[in-house]
Design a binder for this molecule. Structure first.
Ligand code: FAD
Length: 345
């Protein structure tokens, strides 16, 4: 990651001076924003400041003006808003049509989306229509300042063995999807001032050609990326059974269970619980690392957690370097004692 490409000579590239500003897509479900949207505004602000341009946001939905106001509270200077009943549920065609309208009119130089199912679908549809490049699933975003103004979009490549920085020199806007939990949102400031620009949406149902009949929530699936408390276990648990003990603690705290890849590869727990380079990147307020050694591939997925508590019987385990609180001892004694204590309070 340290070996960023050198600045590109500006005269190598077409004149993109008509394109200015950083635009972030605000993803939501039924008017409730995904936290990756605010995280991208946080990182987008850094890029916009470096390029000396506006940070802008795009909100699409039905009854979503409050999200435009929230986007301003989280750092946007200008928000483009589509508010229409046809836009209630995410559908590729109307959402990409609306996005492209803004991109054509506003001409942002950078457009960012969360690397979620929706973000990947929408960004891909837009990139093929414009046409421009799209760097998917990035974990680092930076810019070369003027004159090249290139987005340096980095992501793990070659089976996660190296980081690749991908440039889009021949087209604008430069687009990327970014993983949730990697970037930090700005503190919410409800007094921050900004402009909301309302766009008209006109597309009839026959043109949209897809209908959402119902959303059925898969209750068995956990949403580890949005969890505020994660109780994660690793190979030190020795098998699938002790994960029940972790679940008890997680339930007491209102959190979810996480896992290292060693535990997932052993088949003790599903991949949707895996934290790390090939799992989810998380940013909870509290993260328990239990029987996890702290390999670098695990650390990259959880090192931005608010408070990290490590429980390990090896006092030299690398996880203790990343932890705010460390307990050296046998997890089979310590975890039930913590659960017991939490129950009392
Ligand atoms: P170990 O390293 O074996 O650690 C187990 C720990 O448990 C030890 O520190 C031990 O002291 C402790 N312990 C044992 N018994 C007890 C007990 N009774 N009480 C207390 N402590 C105890 N790993 C990930 O986690 N996520 C990823 O996304 C990921 N992606 C990877 C991608 C690539 C390309 C590669 C090469 C590797 C990746 N890894 C990932 C694997 C990573 O390198 C480590 O192998 C893995 O994180 C180790 O898991 P662990 O800490 O659970 O196991």
């Amino acid at each position: 990651p340290e070996q960023k490409p050198a600045a590109q000579p500006a005269d190598d590239m077409p004149d993109w001076s008509a394109y200015r500003g950083v635009l972030v897509y605000i993803e939501h479900r039924d008017g409730v924003a995904k936290s990756v949207s605010w995280q991208l505004l946080g990182q987008g602000k850094k890029l916009a400041d470096k390029l000396e341009v506006d940070l802008m946001a795009l909100v699409i939905g039905d009854n979503v003006k409050h999200l435009a106001e929230e986007a301003i509270a989280y750092g946007a200077n200008r928000v483009f808003l589509f508010d229409a009943k046809e836009l209630k549920s995410y559908r590729t065609r109307p959402y990409s049509r609306a996005s492209m309208k803004v991109i054509h009119e506003i001409k942002p130089e950078i457009v960012l989306f969360g690397a979620t199912a929706t973000g990947r679908d929408l960004a891909g549809a837009i990139a093929t229509h414009l046409p421009t490049g799209l760097t998917a699933d990035t974990t680092e975003l930076d810019v070369e300042p003027h004159p090249s103004r290139l987005l340096l979009a980095s992501r793990p490549a070659f089976s996660e063995k190296m980081m690749a920085t991908i440039l889009c020199k021949q087209y604008r806007p430069q687009m990327a999807t970014a993983r949730a939990g990697v970037f930090e949102a700005l503190p919410r400031d409800p007094n921050r001032q900004g402009e909301i620009v309302q766009f008209e949406f006109a597309m009839n149902e026959s043109e949209i050609a897809a209908k959402v009949l119902d959303f059925i929530q898969d209750q068995s699936k956990i949403n580890i990326e949005e969890a505020e408390i994660i109780v994660a276990g690793g190979r030190g648990l020795g098998g699938p059974e002790p994960f029940k003990m972790l679940k008890e603690l997680a339930d007491e705290l209102g959190g979810v269970v996480g896992a290292s890849r060693a535990a997932v590869d052993a088949g003790w727990i599903k991949h949707e619980h895996q934290v790390g380079q090939t799992g989810y990147t998380v940013r909870p307020k509290l993260y328990f690392a239990i029987g996890i050694s702290g390999a670098v591939q695990h650390l990259v997925g959880m090192q931005n957690s608010g408070i990290i508590v490590a429980i390990n019987r090896d006092p030299d385990a690398p996880i203790f370097k990343a932890a705010h609180y460390g307990i050296v001892g046998d997890l089979f004694q310590i975890v039930p004692a913590i659960t017991e204590e939490v129950r009392k309070r």
